[in-house]
Design a protein around this ligand. Structure first.
Ligand SMILES: *[C@@H]1O[C@H](CO)[C@@H](O)[C@H](O)[C@H]1NC(C)=O
Ligand SMILES: *[C@@H]1O[C@H](CO)[C@@H](O)[C@H](O)[C@H]1NC(C)=O
Ligand SMILES: *[C@@H]1O[C@H](CO)[C@@H](O)[C@H](O)[C@H]1NC(C)=O
Length: 241
């Protein structure tokens, strides 16, 4: 074999190896889902927490990342998560829809595995059965653009997830009973942003801070149950002009 052929073969095998090793990165998460006390409207109520948090932790991913998420269900009811907006290409059984997958039985764990393939944007996850979402268990899911694929604007100064939704002080068990008895959903008791309201947890604390003249990205998801909501940023109250 000529040395040129030999070099070519070496190069080819190097290419094959780099293709095999070029698998998309994996992100691993472990979630412990429990009940806990939350007071989003100022009155303590039972909430659904993920790793002690309400709302749950943000999943920060980049296009094509593989997500491996081991969920321990420490509620006393079956629990099923859905990944709203994630296309689940070749993965439809991981979408967390009753019929394609079973809820996690109480006291057990299950590992969701999916790839956020060829998409970018701001999404959220939530527990889909038994009105659980009325008690929490939801959180943000970001899919950032890969560096190879630029977005048509400069990097913002900061990047905020805004989970806004109507809220019922009753919690999921009472709400479910209410609906099961044939009555319709009543008016919500308030509106919360990232688990907080002016009446409850986080009273008087700014949720987001911005510097004048900078650009910020807001990722807004409606995590409520009934109402559509308008989101507006009011001008600063004492703007010097
Ligand atoms: C989940 O949290 C509960 C309450 O804090 C704790 O008792 C349990 O051991 C935790 N389970 C896991 C798998 O971390
Ligand atoms: C999310 O991931 C991107 C890409 O890896 C990174 O640049 C960014 O700092 C992360 N953001 C947060 C809030 O962790
Ligand atoms: C449950 O968690 C254990 C410990 O992390 C893990 O080894 C196992 O694969 C998980 N089971 C399922 C069904 O995901």
């Amino acid at each position: 074999m000529s040395s040129v052929m030999y070099m070519l073969l070496l190069c080819l095998s190097a290419v094959v190896i780099s293709v095999v090793q070029g698998e998309d990165p994996y992100l691993y998460f472990t979630w412990n889902v429990t009940y806990g006390t939350i007071s989003p409207l100022g009155v303590p109520q039972q909430g659904i927490l993920i790793n002690g948090q309400f709302p749950g932790p943000n999943i920060n991913s980049t296009s094509n990342n593989n997500i491996v998420l081991n969920v321990f269900n420490n509620l006393d009811e079956p629990l099923l998560f859905t990944w709203s907006g994630v296309q689940q290409r070749k993965n439809s059984w991981q979408d967390g829809t009753l019929g394609t997958m079973c809820p996690i039985p109480p006291g057990q764990n299950y590992t969701y595995r999916f790839q956020v393939k060829d998409q970018i944007g701001s999404y959220f996850y939530y527990p889909i059965t038994a009105m659980h979402r009325a008690s929490g268990g939801f959180g943000g899911l970001r899919i950032n653009s890969r560096l190879l694929i630029p977005v048509p604007y400069a990097d913002p100064e900061d990047d905020y997830t805004v989970l806004i939704g109507d809220w019922y002080a009753k919690g999921h068990t009472a709400l479910k009973k209410h609906l099961d008895s044939g009555r319709s959903m009543a008016r919500p008791d308030g509106v919360i942003i990232n688990g907080k309201s002016a009446k409850g947890d986080g009273k008087d604390e700014p949720l987001f801070t911005m510097k004048p003249g900078k650009t910020y990205k807001y990722r807004i998801c409606n995590v409520g149950l009934k109402n559509s909501l308008n989101f507006r940023i009011q001008g600063p109250p004492n703007e010097a002009c």
